[in-house]
Ligand binder design. Structure first.
Ligand SMILES: C[S@@+](CC[C@H](N)C(=O)[O-])C[C@H]1O[C@@H](n2cnc3c(N)ncnc32)[C@H](O)[C@@H]1O
Length: 322
């Protein structure tokens, strides 16, 4: 069975299950039972798009019965459901992940990732923790960089991901490689929000690429990054971000909301997953707000603390643990 078909159906089924069985658990954008003051259910005035959220909306919503809500794309779901819904998306796209990434970014994600590693400029012996590392794009680029530039065999990557299917794709990428033989790559199943199996002050660099927007509590992810980094260590995040140029932004919106779901439908018979991925980008904080979250976690962040790529379609955020 086509795995893309499966993701569409499973995500859709999950959405339908919530919306039918308990409407309070799956609120549509303009639902009145969730406070509009924190934007989660506020509709964009001029289109069908939601504006990016501000940091206060990342802290979840509460109702009188104390159920906490968060966003899954443009939908509002109970916090405890998000992880499973995100898990469904990635379990089912795992085998075709590169196609998905290429479709979402027009292939440009490869250039962004190359730039990300050049910016990191790792030295021999660097210990990298790559969280939400998925199929290993960042890990492989990192190891390529240190091997090719320094002929180095002492750098290492610990790749952590919450999803066993994505992790398995990562493992098979490195299977039989000299990096695997040299023990330069290791894998763990784990949640970015709770890396308690990793000691404090243990890594030189922490990376998270296109992963953090899928996490339920972004602030917890960044705090964990701060804990596990050594003093002087560097936090680096590559994530879809906010386009500031109004003309580019309009073109990007059309591409994202009209074309990407259609590409998903055409390539994979799966509109729903692609819709989630696009929506999740719009729900992620803008560059300044995210830089502040990194500061609040204790990192030193210079001004502005980020670099826009392709007009802000993506951005790289950096913070140092002093
Ligand atoms: C879009 S992929 C990015 C993969 C890889 N970093 C890359 O750039 O190609 C997002 C990854 O985040 C993972 N993920 C989502 N939520 C997570 C969490 N709470 N903790 C760890 N990984 C998570 C997913 O399983 C998926 O592998």
């Amino acid at each position: 069975m086509n795995r893309f078909l499966a993701v569409g159906s499973s995500t859709l089924r999950a959405r339908q299950k919530y919306s039918k069985s308990n409407s309070i658990f799956f609120q549509k954008k303009n639902s009145s039972s969730i406070s509009d003051s924190n934007n989660v259910s506020t509709k964009h005035p001029n289109s069908d798009l939601n504006p990016p959220i501000n940091p206060s909306s990342i802290k979840t919503n509460h109702t009188s019965n104390n159920t906490k809500f968060t966003h899954f794309g443009f939908e509002t779901v109970p916090e405890q459901s998000k992880e499973k819904l995100v898990g469904n998306v990635f379990s089912n796209v795992a085998k075709k992940y590169d196609i998905m990434n290429d479709a979402m970014s027009g292939g440009i994600h490869r250039l962004w990732k190359d730039h990300f590693i050049r910016k990191m400029a790792p030295l021999p012996g660097t210990k990298l923790l790559d969280v939400a590392g998925g199929t290993g794009d960042i890990a492989e680029r990192f190891l390529n960089f240190t091997s090719q530039k320094y002929n180095d065999t002492s750098s290492s990557v610990h790749l952590v991901d919450i999803n066993p299917d994505m992790l398995n794709e990562g493992k098979s990428r490195f299977s039989g490689s000299s990096w695997e033989k040299n023990d330069q790559i290791n894998f763990s199943l784990g949640n970015a929000e709770d890396l308690s199996f990793i000691p404090d002050n243990s890594y030189d660099v922490y990376t998270i690429a296109f992963g953090i927007r899928n996490c339920t509590h972004i602030d917890r992810v960044v705090k964990e990054a701060h804990r596990v980094l050594k003093k002087g260590g560097c936090f680096m995040c590559l994530e879809f971000s906010k386009v500031n140029n109004p003309i580019i932004s309009e073109i990007y919106d059309i591409f994202s909301f009209k074309l990407i779901p259609e590409i998903g439908q055409l390539l994979a018979n799966d509109r729903e997953s692609y819709k989630y991925l696009v929506e999740s980008i719009r729900k992620f904080p803008d560059q300044e707000s995210f830089a502040n979250i990194i500061r609040e976690a204790g990192f030193f962040v210079s001004n502005p603390g980020y670099e826009n790529l392709s007009f802000g379609v993506a951005s790289i955020h950096i913070g140092y643990k002093l």
